[in-house]
Design a protein around this ligand. Sequence first.
Ligand SMILES: [Fe+2]
Ligand SMILES: [Fe+2]
Length: 397
Amino acid sequence: MAARQPVSLHERLQKADGYTRENVGASILQFLDDEGIPIEMVGKAKIFMQGSKDADGNMQAQALPSIELAPAWAAGPQWPVAEKAKPVKIPKVPSGRPVAPGGFNDIYIVPDMQVGYRRHKGGLVPFHDERCMDLHLQMIRHIRPQHVCMVGDNLDFADLSRFVREVAFVETMQPSIDRWHLFLSQVRAIVPDAEITWIEGNHEHRLPKQILENAAWSFGLKKANTPDDWPVLSVQSLCRLDELGVDYKEGYPSAEKWYSDHFLGIHGAKVRSGGSTAAAYVKDESISVVFGHIHRKELQYRTWRHARGRYETFAASPGTGARVDGGTPSVKAGVKGSGKLPNSVEDWQQGAAVVRMDADGFPSYSQIDIRDGRAWWGPHHWESTVDMFGNKMAKTA
Ligand SMILES: [Fe+2]
Ligand SMILES: [Fe+2]
């Protein structure tokens, strides 16, 4: 059977018996029907009539038709745009553990989580390890800290990266924002009175940077007559931080959270090889510091000469909550043309930390190790109830 020859709209109109409203309309409808284009897809149909003289000098009318396939729905675009996370209501979950005695303050450190997704076969594949999210909640419930400190790169914002952006990153910002907001809501429900701080990392900073570089007109834009609100396209607004009572420290790379005169939380921008980033910090900082960014567990101490005799500080990185199997985009992790991830091993370690500050504000650091969905902290041990992708684990007898 011979293949059907498409007949253009222009040809149809030329064949029509005069450019009457009925003829034009019928030709357009027939064209759409023949080409299998639903009428809802048509934004505009335009016919320009052009007059020109033929060889005998007589005026001839010629139609120049065009159809714009565009969103025809009245309520605006149907593709998702980044918007505030959906509000969630989570009942408060009281902890069974008493508040730290003797004027101590516990600060639970949530390291770089890199929350984000790839789209694959209609689903979402996380960059972050859902087991770490689950373990953080279990441990915060047990430890019941007075402070929770997210040290930055908690949202990955891969679609805003200056590095190669994969096709699979498209339309993943919204689910990433929603997922991280859900986690923050759960933390708030577990420790309703805790001070929760989120220090901006280079990944969160991608948002204001992109806006300034590519759409400066929208920087700082707020809803009408809400001068005290956060800008619409800000991390604070998108993640509903005011509603959750989360203090966002912006201004990467100098964003910081001072817990006392002796202890500071930062995201940091230093990366040294061979486990020496903490050594660089402990040399440069004259107070104790917890930092993120390197996704590795490091801890270094230093004792300084001081008027009172001696002064001890540390610099520590608690690791990451990102996937360590190459599933998180990085300068070393690639992706095949098929969308599959090649096997790769990052020199990253998963973890968390607790910093206990005494009544004078002097901090002590203790590392929490996380491996393969299990966490260890001193004599304590926790197991994730979900797998890396967030699927509930079957209970073993
Ligand atoms: Fe970072
Ligand atoms: Fe990071």
